[in-house]
Design a protein around this ligand. Structure first.
Ligand code: SF4
Length: 331
């Protein structure tokens, strides 16, 4: 039977009621024996219908616990790859295979391999530590994978006599170097969302909300981290707001959809997204929404369940990436 062609780039022309779509997805999930995993940066509607929500680390671990034969991964491409690598026997579908990641794309595997060879030729004795936001091809070239949730613990496992090459996020690497005291060779990559937060707007928001606390993801540049009260990945943010009973105002410097799970967990607080700036003009904008995560929609989840595609297909380099991922995230 010929499968219909799905244009994964174009949003559906026809408006469909979100509640009808959710009902349809529920039925298809059962028919296809599927579970939905959703990252905290996708739309709240998708988080609400998911069987598992979380950050990259939690979702990678959840993928190994899923009982169904199919996983629908609402997130970006490298996350779907990690789910497939850690659960090769499962079919891993993604609502849109074009959902990439500017940070992962800032470190292509061929350029990393060439840089590693250059460092070795100059006599550097190092291990490569990669943030999880990397392609599987890059992971296969690395010794360790970290997330914002486990980075300190993994960096402690790198032998003290080895240098560290940290890829791809220079801001996270700089922050980790400062908290662990380990010097690092930094790859000059960054995330387009966390790169654009405006420190001027953040300070203005702080003045307008006396007593507020700034919560920032360590992917933010140093000038944002310097004025932040809480620095941590999405799980740390959740734990922090849940631990504070007295209502507070939090200024949140990460992808704006993160406010959805924070509100659900600790509704007593007010959460204000920190605006981004357009780097070319200096104007404030809504750049704190990740355009790649935004490619995940209810329609596309329904379609990928209906047609069982697009699918993450096993690649030869996944085996090497699997060793690194298991050693780093599951042991
Ligand atoms: S928010 Fe940044 S790091 Fe996260 S998926 Fe989007 S581009 Fe990648």
């Amino acid at each position: 039977m010929e499968l219909p062609v799905i244009n994964t780039n174009a949003p559906s022309e026809v408006y469909e009621d979100p509640l009808d779509l959710m009902d349809e997805i529920e039925v298809l999930k059962k028919e296809r024996d599927a579970s939905i995993l959703a990252h905290f940066y996708v739309d709240g509607d998708l988080q609400d219908i998911a069987d598992f929500t979380g950050d990259s680390l939690k979702l990678a671990r959840d993928a190994t616990q899923v009982k169904t034969s199919t996983i629908v991964f609402c997130g970006v491409h490298f996350m779907g790859e990690s789910a497939k690598i850690l659960s090769p026997e499962k079919r891993v579908l993604m609502p849109d295979l074009h959902a990439g990641c500017s940070l992962a794309e800032s470190c292509p595997a061929d350029r990393l391999a060439a840089y590693q060879a250059e460092l070795r030729a100059k006599g550097h004795d190092f291990q490569t530590v990669a943030y999880i936001n990397t392609t599987a091809a890059v992971k296969s070239l690395c010794d360790w994978i970290v997330t914002s949730g486990n980075a300190r613990e993994i960096i402690d496992r790198v032998p003290a006599d080895k240098q560290i090459l940290f890829v791809p996020d220079q801001h996270l690497g700089r922050y980790l170097s400062s908290v662990t005291g380990r010097p690092m060779i930094l790859w000059p990559g960054s995330c387009m969302v966390h790169e654009v937060f405006s420190v001027q707007d953040l300070l203005r928001a702080k003045r307008n909300h006396p007593g507020s606390l700034v919560m920032a993801h360590p992917e933010c540049p140093a000038n944002i981290l310097e004025v932040s009260d809480i620095i941590g990945g999405t799980e740390k943010m959740r734990k922090y707001v849940a631990s504070v009973t007295e209502p507070k105002t939090f200024l949140v410097a990460t992808e704006a959809n993160m406010i959805h799970p924070l509100k659900k967990l600790a509704p007593q607080h007010e959460y204000i997204p920190v605006p981004g700036i357009m780097t070319s003009t200096g104007e404030t904008c809504a750049c704190n929404r990740c355009p790649h995560m935004a490619l995940n929609t209810l329609q596309k989840v329904r379609d990928c369940l209906k047609y069982s595609r697009p699918e993450i297909v096993w690649q030869p380099y996944f085996s090497q990436a699997q060793d690194v991922l298991k050693r780093s995230l599951l042991q």
